[in-house]
Ligand binder design. Structure first.
Ligand SMILES: O=C1O[C@H](COP(=O)(O)O)[C@@H](O)[C@H](O)[C@H]1O
Length: 261
């Protein structure tokens, strides 16, 4: 039986260093930005939290600052911790401080979770409101929809994976990975703190045109090996995309992938 990874043309590229991975991620993102800005006048980008944000720093280099059509970017989060937007655990704050505040993306094109739900720690309402936000942007044709399903289709998602194989806030052994009807769901007992989070559901994640999963370091090597061994207990093993799902790994993260995979 063809595995999900084979069926969906998942690829991997192993980089000698994080710096090289970061440079390649910047080139990949800039090329897609040029393509989508030209084709449709918008570029919808979904960010995750975690280490990924520091690897985006290459996009702050002058050659990208000057060439990218930042005003056409629209920024979303694949998952968010339901904490105040200025809290250290907020994925929005992480991305804003480390990246978004340093590029000229209009603030109106940046879509964090509802600030009141965030402040109150109301994960259920935060998920509902984020889903409504996505639907509004679909109606305005800023977000495309996937073929006949009507699910939102983002141009590029930049993702990370935890050492337990979680992706977005879809954790191993938690039911959210099976959610098919909603666009956005929530969790109140995340095994990784903080416990309250919202997350895109797997169908939305996998509708994206391009999914780039960036993973570095030895601590992730076991999970990476399990993913490439098609162990579907790990949410990240389910990652696909409409056009391309690609794994960017450093040598340490790739070190336990069996030869030939
Ligand atoms: O909690 C989260 O963790 C994952 C993985 O983070 P990393 O630091 O191991 O790269 C991240 O992708 C997700 O957005 C975040 O909420």
């Amino acid at each position: 039986m063809a595995s999900v990874l084979e069926k969906t043309k998942s690829k991997k590229i192993v980089f000698p260093t994080k710096k090289e991975l970061s440079e390649a991620m910047a080139t990949y993102t800039a090329n897609l930005s040029a393509k989508f800005c030209k084709e449709r006048g918008y570029f919808t980008v979904v960010l995750s939290g975690g280490d990924l944000i520091s690897w985006l720093s290459e996009l702050l280099e002058p050659k990208y600052q000057e060439s990218i059509e930042w005003s056409k970017w629209h920024i979303f989060w694949v998952d968010e911790r339901v904490v105040p937007l200025d809290h250290e655990d907020s994925n929005y704050k992480l991305a804003f401080d480390g990246f978004l505040s340093k590029v000229p993306i209009p603030i109106a094109n940046i879509y964090p979770i509802d600030k009141d739900c965030a402040a109150l720690g109301d994960a259920k309402s935060a998920a509902l409101l984020y889903e409504e936000c996505l639907k509004r942007l679909v109606n305005r044709n800023i977000i495309r929809t996937y073929k006949s399903s009507g699910f939102p289709q983002f141009d590029l998602q930049l993702l990370g994976m935890g050492p337990d194989g979680h992706m977005a806030s879809l954790f191993p052994g938690h039911y959210q990975i099976k959610e098919k009807a909603n666009l956005v769901t929530y969790i109140t007992d995340s095994p990784k703190p903080p416990p309250k989070r919202i997350t895109f559901t797997l169908p939305v994640i996998n509708c994206a045109s391009y999914n780039l999963m960036a993973v570095c370091d030895e601590a992730q090597a076991d999970a990476v090996a399990k993913v490439f061994n098609h162990n579907f207990d790990l949410p990240a093993a389910w990652l696909t995309a409409d056009v391309e799902a690609i794994w960017f790994l450093d040598q340490a993260a790739a070190s336990k992938i069996p030869k030939g995979l």
